[in-house]
Design a protein around this ligand. Sequence first.
Ligand code: ADP
Length: 233
Amino acid sequence: ASEALARAQTLEQIGSKVAHELKNPLTGVKALVQLGLRNPAEGASHDRLEVVEREVSRMQEILQNYLSFTRPLQGVEPRRVDLGPLVSDTLEVLSARANDARVRLYADGDAMVEADPRRLREALLNLVANAIEATPPGGEVFVEVRAAAEGAELVVRDTGRGMPPEVLGRIGTPFFTTRDDGTGLGVVLARSVIAQHGGSLRYESEPGKGTRVEVTLPRVAREGRDGACAGRR
Ligand code: ADP
């Protein structure tokens, strides 16, 4: 019962955080639209629309993470999933962002598992988005999949800034973020999805060199304990 209470409290905290996080981009979008309406001559300038698009995408992301996070444990619907195409689809979704950041994305390998593809995609989306965000222009992000004895292994690695031990030690704690516009929910979400599949997620990172996230998934999703996440340098 106390576990349920703690979860309810966390959800409530996350709810108010989400409301707070949505406020700024909403205010920004409204101001830009009003500006456009008042100056019809200038109309909807390209730059202005780009800002609106970026802010709307950000709001979508916040909402998406929130919805995924609040979905109950029973939300995992396992079916046969080909991880190769799932990775390619996910990278496709992030390709515009990677282009803007001048980061190259690579995918390699394949494996079959029984898992919930929608939830896995959400988890992977967060891990790769983080990798892109942490990588300076000219850098690279790799997603590698391979069949392992017990199921599959999925590695996301980047040539980005890496994490000092104090960040590595707190990654995956709700609301922990080092970004001005971060929510600190991305890794929490990814970890909980992987744990719900009975898998695990592990970080290795070296400041200035990059980060490697290793995800293991059992061949068939089985309900796991929440919090199967361990940080290591
Ligand atoms: P957010 O992205 O909103 O900050 P996350 O839970 O996704 O929330 O990530 C928490 C923090 O972990 C980030 O703010 C960042 O400092 C760190 N982090 C996550 N992934 C990486 C990565 N690949 N490289 C460096 N730092 C990372």
